[in-house]
Design a protein around this ligand. Sequence first.
Ligand SMILES: NC(=O)c1ccc[n+]([C@@H]2O[C@H](COP(=O)([O-])OP(=O)(O)OC[C@H]3O[C@@H](n4cnc5c(N)ncnc54)[C@H](OP(=O)(O)O)[C@@H]3O)[C@@H](O)[C@H]2O)c1
Length: 242
Amino acid sequence: MRTVVIAGGTRGIGRALAASIDANVIALGSADADLTSMRQTRELIDRLPDRIDTLILSAGRFSRRRIVTDEGHERTFAIGALARHLLADGLRPALERSPNPMILNLCGVGGIRAGHLHWDDLTLTRGYSLFAATMQVARANDLLGAGFADRYPGSPIRYVLYNPLFVDSGMHRNFDQPMRAVIGGAARLFGESTTRAAARLKPLLDAPPTAPLTALRRGRPVPLPDSTDAARLYDVIQPTQK
Ligand SMILES: NC(=O)c1ccc[n+]([C@@H]2O[C@H](COP(=O)([O-])OP(=O)(O)OC[C@H]3O[C@@H](n4cnc5c(N)ncnc54)[C@H](OP(=O)(O)O)[C@@H]3O)[C@@H](O)[C@H]2O)c1
């Protein structure tokens, strides 16, 4: 039976996926490891099985206020980019023991408009906003996917960047009022249910694409991200992972 690890598998899209997959599912939430901490992320990697077929990166948390972790990272970036990088690279050997390995990164590829990295201020000390932090993480994930495919050209791992678009996942619970009510109401009206979002993803999990890197928006292919800055991001991220 396949082993599927879902970082962010306790709520939202990750939880709906965990409930719908016929596999040995390891659904992880913040009670298993705080993925804003690189130390806890590394310890989690050491606890996971030495063969994994699919790694799903679905953990994220957004905030209207700028929060800096004990390790000095802006929280959105820590959980949304640094931990994802660490999980993908750290679990690569376990994934490469599978005959058909895949990393599915639920992110913002092909979103409303391309985000950008604040190279001289990645922790967003100047001009933090929920939008700036979210868009920075979206762009970082594009680069993480492109960088992974570039760094490990002979790897059997297929890396899939997937933007589910608007899903009524309950993520509005992370916000204070009145934002909670606004986002919750909009999600109920315009968002897709988590069950439907998971159903769209299931064929992808059953039959991973053959290309090393694929970018999809709600199942539809979108152009692959430009990987120009992927190596630059890797150079910035690597020292933060120690
Ligand atoms: N929902 C959308 O409309 C939408 C649109 C585009 C992209 N996406 C992306 O899709 C992914 C899943 O979205 P979602 O809406 O399903 O998310 P969600 O409902 O907010 O669930 C987030 C998951 O992340 C985990 N998590 C949060 N903080 C954590 C921490 N510090 N350490 C470890 N795990 C932590 C949560 O676990 P606990 O509950 O146990 O803390 C939960 O399982 C996200 O990365 C998001 O960016 C979502």
